[in-house]
Design a protein around this ligand. Sequence first.
Ligand code: UDX
Length: 428
Amino acid sequence: MKVAVIGTGYVGLTTAVSLAMKGHDVLGIDLVEAKIVQLQQGKSPIYEPGLEEALGELLKSGTLKFTTQIADAWEAEILFICVGTPESADGTADLRYVFAAVSAVESLHRKAPRDRAVVMKSTVPVGTGDRIAELLREIDGLHVVSNPEFLREGNALKDALQPTRIVIGTDHQDAADAMEKLYQGVSATRVSTTRANAELIKYASNAFLATRISFMNELARLSGELGTDIVTVAHGMGLDSRIGPEFLRAGVGYGGSCFPKDTIALLQLANQHGISLTILDKVREVNTKQPTWFLEQLRKQMDDVAGKRIAVLGLAFKPETDDIREAPSLKVLEALQKDGASIVAYDPIAVDIVRPLFPKVEYTDNPVEAFIGADAALLITEWKECVQLDWEEIKASMAAPLLFDGRNAWPAKQLKDAGFHYTGVGRS
Ligand code: UDX
């Protein structure tokens, strides 16, 4: 099928590449010329495993092209809107890019009319798809569909190619049929529903996952006091098929572009309807406090952090990405700096993005070097480079063997046996 994707950010680029990989003829569109030039040369503006390789092959075969001109999409039968919906000052989703894209689609359609589905992949407040449909109602042949994505950064291409489910929200049969044709051969359960249900499925999924994490983070604080082990507890819980094993990992808190933004947007949407989502409000509160609580464990064990050399391992909000949006590492660096610590930080790919924000921090491109002379080391992102380490060498190089594992990813027992003073999140 002929497909156009407006917006070549995380979601747009992954969507464009995955659809081209499935054999569709895809055109990626973005207003930012520099980005399009970069993409035309096969360079991905974001780091995502497998993406750049796929991009190169698809450009060569000609199934994926990029342009700044929406007019080039005149043949497209499906137009995805994948533009950003950033957080406004009041926490609601800022829809200005969405509506700009809709108006671009409208003018394209007027010049080159045909039966078309306008598919919203951007995360938008419930009711937005219907608002857009209302705006476009007098235009023949343009049908609005909500088709949210559930991509995880670091796993985005795989998630796009093998989705957990395909949610299609539309009231128009031809548009539903076009979407089915688009996803033909993808074995995932379909949820065919209204636009509004599809929109809420997206927000509710992210809010629920964030809730699981905050629940475990809060429980971990208790677990630490009880002398129990939250990792074992999570394992025991997760074996119940009603609970499931995922998203039960306690740590320094969730970050990223989705959970923080989508939870506040859902709360604000509820407020606008006179509903207070008490649990979700607390989920955010727990997450805000989690890095502070983690650092308290450090302060309890070090008389004074001022002047001490502290190693911070991992800066990205999760492994396999260079994304630092809402990353717990930023709060950790800020607090340690305020305490007067001398910080040395390591991340395999996010250093250049963090450096301008924290120019006084010392950065190293070798995780083992970060430990040299350190009075304590903190694991903030569980990159394999930060986890699979030669602990004997590290023990000999640290000024004091104090380890604070913010992801419960270091081998606790082995480290304790080796004489380290190990503190995890909710571990005995
Ligand atoms: C999330 C959703 O998973 C995805 O479906 C949606 O489309 C976008 O938002 P993403 O933000 O890329 O994806 O990462 P995810 O793997 O969900 O992790 C989010 C944050 O939660 C990370 O900071 C991660 O470290 C943290 N996390 C995750 C935990 O602290 N514990 C867990 O058990 C799982």
